[in-house]
Design a protein around this ligand. Structure first.
Ligand code: PBG
Length: 321
């Protein structure tokens, strides 16, 4: 059955398609800025003018969606630029929507890029230890405000990545109350406290300034807990559930898809991308081959959608270039 390429093509079970891909993009204030992110070759922090050009190219490649991350001008304790009407993501969404492209514009909803302490929510002193810690419940209203302001700017879908408990319900309620009942939520449901986010934190300038994210992101050792997280998010109104990272967590993608049959997204994160780029730069791996194999494996595990920094390359490769 493997004798010829045609025969292999006929019995192939998994098909990676351009329709599966979501391209992450980073936007920052300024004009005519396109700064390459050293640990993520081919990816840039862009000002809005360049971002619109990039969005046009992505739409022309047939990629259906982008997800936007903002690097604000200033950061503060509560991440207020994240939910400012004229925040950087809000500006970017308006500009892209103004270009009238056939592109689903998703926004990442999280405070870590906007807080001066780099955590994904507001802080408080822990009631027992007295140490500074994220205040889950106080964060919910900030995230809800952020989601509503992204949608008011024109976002088609919001993607909370903060891992606070109850945030999907809070965002759903705020969207409904502000008249945005039709806007779907893609929840980062099983998001692990992973070392694979390293390059992203450089790109988004968002590393935590003290401690780490283990009090709200998941322990890599756990799998049943991922199902509980996904189940809660679905009950709260999530329309797409995400597993992140992707490659080290293919078993989680599989379990989530089998258990819930919901649309599943997988985030092929910055570290997964950077490892291959670094190896390829050394001539140790064939980038195209490895990237397509990895993306196909993520799909085979059960992902319907893949957020990946290879989206543009993959679109070209799949088209035969
Ligand atoms: C924000 C967020 C992160 C990523 C996506 N959204 C970083 C983090 O949680 O530290 C990581 C994406 C990547 O590594 O490509 N919370």
């Amino acid at each position: 059955m493997r004798q010829s390429a045609s025969l292999r093509r006929m019995i192939r079970e998994t098909h990676l398609r351009v329709d599966d891909l979501i391209m992450p993009l980073f936007v920052r204030p300024g004009r005519d800025l396109k700064n390459e992110i050293p640990s993520m070759p081919g990816n840039f922090q862009m000002s809005v003018d360049w971002l619109v050009e990039e969005a046009k190219e992505i739409a022309a490649l047939g990629i259906p969606a982008i997800i936007l991350f903002g690097i604000p001008e200033t950061k503060d304790n509560l991440g207020s630029e994240g939910y400012a009407d004229n925040g950087i993501v809000q500006q970017a969404v308006r500009a892209i929507k103004g270009a009238d492209l056939d592109l689903v514009v998703i926004t990442d909803v999280c405070l870590c890029e906007y807080t001066d302490h780099g955590h994904c929510g507001a802080l408080r002193e822990h009631p027992l230890s007295g140490a500074l810690d994220v205040d889950n419940d106080a964060t919910l209203q900030l995230l809800a405000r952020m989601a509503v302001s992204h949608v008011q700017a024109g976002a088609d879908m919001v993607a909370p990545s903060d891992m606070m408990d109850g945030r999907v319900a809070a965002i759903r309620q705020a969207l409904d109350e502000s008249g945005h009942t039709h806007i779907p939520i893609m929840a980062y449901s099983a998001k692990y406290a992973s070392g694979f986010y390293g390059p992203f934190r450089d790109a988004a300038e968002s590393p935590p300034q003290f401690g780490d994210r283990t009090t709200y992101q998941m322990d890599p050792s756990n799998s049943d807990e991922a199902l509980r997280e996904v189940s809660l998010d679905i009950e709260e109104g999530a329309d797409v559930v995400m597993v992140k990272p992707a490659l080290p967590y293919l078993d989680i993608i599989w379990r989530v898809k089998q258990e819930f049959g919901y649309p599943v997204a997988a985030y092929n994160v910055s570290g997964e991308f950077a490892m291959v780029k670094a190896a390829a730069a050394n001539g140790w791996l064939d980038e195209k081959r490895i990237a397509l194999e990895a993306l196909t494996s993520i799909k085979r595990a059960g992902a319907d959608l893949i957020l990946t920094y290879w989206a543009k390359d993959a679109a070209r490769w799949l088209a035969g270039d």
